[in-house]
Design a protein around this ligand. Structure first.
Ligand SMILES: [Zn+2]
Ligand SMILES: [Zn+2]
Length: 269
């Protein structure tokens, strides 16, 4: 087969196994989630990911941005421009993006949000809440159609009472499980990066995420997705087992979102 060198943007072990089976020499390079390291998703890649989820760009109402770090803010304005979508974000996130390499496209429709005030996106109400994270004005969100609530929490160094009251009583949760503390400690990262990740303004480890989950009202909870996992400092099994431990359920009940595929649709009815 005539080929020179190709890159597959995939972390799938199955894909790697298939390549091995057909005798294609390859190497797997780790791509991590630390914000400073990831280039933003291109509009094309984003649309391809939507297609895998059975959506087209016309199904989108807008882009809601949590904070300016590269794994969240890069690519937002090129995508908004390409698809003609409004962008919702805090004043601080907008200011920080203006200073970033990608900048801000002022031709796009920009909707500034108050980090404590709910806003509407189509039929959905979106309630922001603030989080301790080393960004300018970071927020996370609870989305609701009036009957059901989806809570999303990534990129927070610690839990807070305000985070927990926002996420209590949700029907579904996406929860950061960024690292396993022993893996981070023993892992290859430079000391300064380890300290940043583990700091009060860094990321949630599996145990903190599980402890947070254990303090929530979970009486309506039907889905839990572990998200924002480091590929260097965590494993899906560790994240799953920590969250399952907090709920007293089997680990198979917890879904783990991956960098390339995200996770499949969930029905909240
Ligand atoms: Zn992030
Ligand atoms: Zn971040």
């Amino acid at each position: 087969m005539p080929y020179d060198r190709i890159q597959l943007a995939s972390a799938s072990p199955r894909r790697s196994q298939l390549l091995r089976q057909i005798g294609v020499a390859h190497e797997v390079r780790a791509v991590d989630l630390d914000e400073s390291r990831l280039a933003g998703e291109s509009p094309r890649d984003y649309v391809l990911r939507l297609a895998r989820a059975g959506l087209t760009p016309s199904d989108l109402s807008g882009l809601i941005v949590t904070h300016e770090h590269g794994d969240h803010g890069d690519g937002v304005f090129p995508l908004a421009r390409r698809l003609g979508l409004p962008v919702w974000l805090t004043h601080g996130t907008l200011a920080a993006l203006r200073e970033s390499a990608g900048g801000v496209d002022d031709e796009c429709s920009i909707e500034l949000i108050d980090s404590h005030r709910a806003f509407a996106v189509g039929d959905l109400m979106v309630q922001p809440f603030t989080v301790p994270h080393d960004a300018r004005e970071p927020v996370q969100f609870v989305l609701s159609d009036g009957a059901r609530r989806l809570g999303v929490l990534t990129d927070t160094g610690r839990s807070t009472t305000s985070i927990e009251s926002s996420l209590s009583g949700c029907d579904a949760l996406v929860l950061e499980c960024n690292y396993d503390s022993s893996m981070l400690e023993r892992g290859p990262y430079p000391q300064a990066l380890k300290a940043r990740i583990a700091s009060r303004l860094g990321h949630l480890d599996n145990d903190c995420s599980a402890a947070l989950l254990g303090r929530l009202d979970c009486s309506r909870l039907k889905h839990v997705i572990a998200a924002h996992l480091s590929t260097t400092n965590n494993t899906p099994e560790r994240a799953r087992s920590a969250l399952a431990g907090a709920l007293g359920c089997g680990p198979e009940w917890i879904t783990v979102a991956t960098q390339n595929e995200g996770f499949g649709w969930r029905d909240l009815d």
